[in-house]
Write a new protein. Structure first.
Length: 516
């Protein structure tokens, strides 16, 4: 079969390979979000870990799952190629989901470690495959990434509904196993695309000579999956003793800065300017994810304890974000295409700043809900649903655009590595999200940075609550205040950073050269 012919096949004006990647990522995200929706509740209700320990494990898992793409992207660039990396990652993740269905502490940590390692090989390389389908000057590039992003969120919408229902109704481990079957479906779809030659030669082994050369009687390429499996016990220990993660953050940061400096030295003047923009976008994304990723931890616990829920349980509220993205993806795709044709498409630096403003407004709305708490310290579900909708608009301005621009701005031979750097924003985001979320524990209600003198007046203005009033109203109100005060503080911070990013966006645009 002619690989080139299949590679050039079009579907609705986009490369046909986009839609195979769309469905593969859909089912991979089904597995990821299905497990994530259950994780914090599983730890607090089944394993009976306290909030601090549960949030620590969740934050460590969330950050590590976005640190490993740096290694997986680098190995794909240099040796494996995208295709083999995606297969390896998918197999490890499926195995992790099924082991998570075993009710044993060792299995719990080992399963999370397998998911972390597997995601490192799968996540950056399937996104890089999307980028490889488009030429840099292709005006449909942003639209293509937005379509791909919709696939991610169809999986993210369905998974919490199904896995959340099965996990709560029939048992946690059935919910985790269902997520595993989702991962297997994702692998099957991708395999069909490869088998039919839909991707042409894109993503094949990057260094076949090194891969095939034997060492100790084994092909060198096989040492990569062997090393991946051997790394899982170390990562499992890091999850268990997650308070040590700060040391890893320093190590990763030092390594990244060194490698970025080496890439910078080897790059042309034009490439250097664009590389600095990738770093800048990544820093803004760190702020975004640190706030946004309260969703799976403190926001889920807020929904469980202090929101008057209807139709959905707390784990299923994780589906709202993805549901909104499905509603918004095609309108945003149309909007960017329409503005592009009229040469009025805002530059990416401006879009990312606007994204931060919207996420700030969404969390301020969560804080504002404190004004409407009933006598059980529960707020109307409308505020949760509307706040998630607003910060989802912010996500549409930032995340798919960032994915697109990293592949477009990066020097060609470092695309997957720099895609890993982009995903590293979620590594830092989850790390800081965990620190933020720990302020929502009742024991931290008094004296945290969100209720200090500098912010206490603003917090009371938005939430209608203060420390003195909630202490008189009882434990439920103290718990409510711990959530809404933190949401108010981080919402304000995001708003400020977003406005600053919008102000300097013209200067950033100049550094991007011919990229919008």
């Amino acid at each position: 079969m002619d690989k080139k012919l299949n590679e050039n096949a079009q579907f609705f004006g986009h490369p046909k390979g986009l839609f195979y990647l769309f469905f593969a990522e859909l089912w991979e995200r089904f597995s990821f979000y299905g497990m994530r929706a259950l994780l914090i509740l599983y730890m607090t209700q089944h394993l009976l870990y306290d909030d601090k320990m549960s949030i620590g494990i969740y934050a460590a898992y969330g950050s590590l799952v976005y640190a490993t793409p740096l290694i997986g992207g680098y190995l794909a660039d240099k040796i494996l190629g995208y295709q083999k990396a995606i297969f390896l990652g998918g197999i490890l993740m499926a195995l992790g989901h099924f082991i998570l269905a075993i009710d044993h502490p060792v299995a719990f940590y080992l399963a999370l470690a397998l998911l972390i390692v597997g995601n490192g090989f799968f996540k950056p390389n399937i996104s890089s495959m999307v980028g490889a389908l488009y030429e840099n000057e292709n005006e449909k590039r942003d639209a293509g990434f937005t379509i791909f992003y919709m696939g991610i969120n169809i999986g993210g919408w369905i998974a919490p509904l199904l896995c959340g229902y099965v996990g709560i109704k029939y048992g946690w481990h059935y919910g985790f196993a269902l997520a595993g079957f989702g991962m297997l479906l994702g692998l099957l779809v991708f395999y069909q695309g490869v088998k039919k030659g839909i991707f042409g030669n894109k993503g094949e082994i990057a260094n076949a000579n090194w891969f095939q050369t034997k060492w100790l009687g084994i092909k060198k390429g096989y040492f990569i999956p062997i090393g991946a499996v051997l790394a899982t016990p170390f990562i499992a220990l890091l999850l268990k003793y997650n308070e040590m993660e700060s040391y890893l953050v320093w190590m990763v940061s030092s390594g990244i800065l060194y490698i970025l400096f080496q890439i910078y030295k080897k790059s042309t003047s034009s490439e250097r300017s664009k590389l600095l923009v990738v770093v800048y976008f990544t820093l803004l994304a760190c702020v975004f994810w640190a706030i946004f990723e309260q969703a799976g931890s403190s926001l889920t616990l807020f929904a469980k304890r202090n929101v008057d829920l209807h139709f959905l349980n707390a784990s299923q509220t994780n589906s709202l974000n993805s549901f909104y993205i499905i509603l918004l993806a095609l309108p945003f795709t149309w909007l960017w295409t329409y503005l592009n044709k009229r040469h009025k498409n805002p530059n990416s630096a401006l879009k990312i700043g606007v994204g931060l403003i919207f996420v700030g407004i969404g969390f301020l709305l969560f804080g504002f809900s404190g004004n409407f708490a009933n006598d059980q310290a529960k707020v109307p579900m409308l505020f949760l649903a509307l706040g998630i909708f607003i910060y989802t608009i912010g996500e549409m301005f930032l995340s798919p655009i960032g994915l697109s621009k990293v592949t477009e701005l990066s020097p060609k031979k470092y695309v997957s590595f720099l895609m890993g750097v982009w995903f590293l924003s979620s590594f830092y985001g989850h790390f800081f999200a965990g620190i933020i979320a720990k302020f929502t524990t009742v024991s931290k209600t008094e004296g945290n940075i969100f209720t200090s003198r500098a912010l206490s007046g603003f917090t009371k203005f938005i939430t209608g609550l203060d420390i003195q009033s909630v202490n008189n109203l009882g434990a439920n109100y103290k718990q409510l205040f711990s959530y809404v005060s933190v949401f108010t503080g981080i919402g304000l911070f995001s708003l400020i950073v977003g406005f600053l990013a919008v102000l300097i966006s013209p200067k950033i645009k100049k550094m991007m050269g011919d990229v919008n």
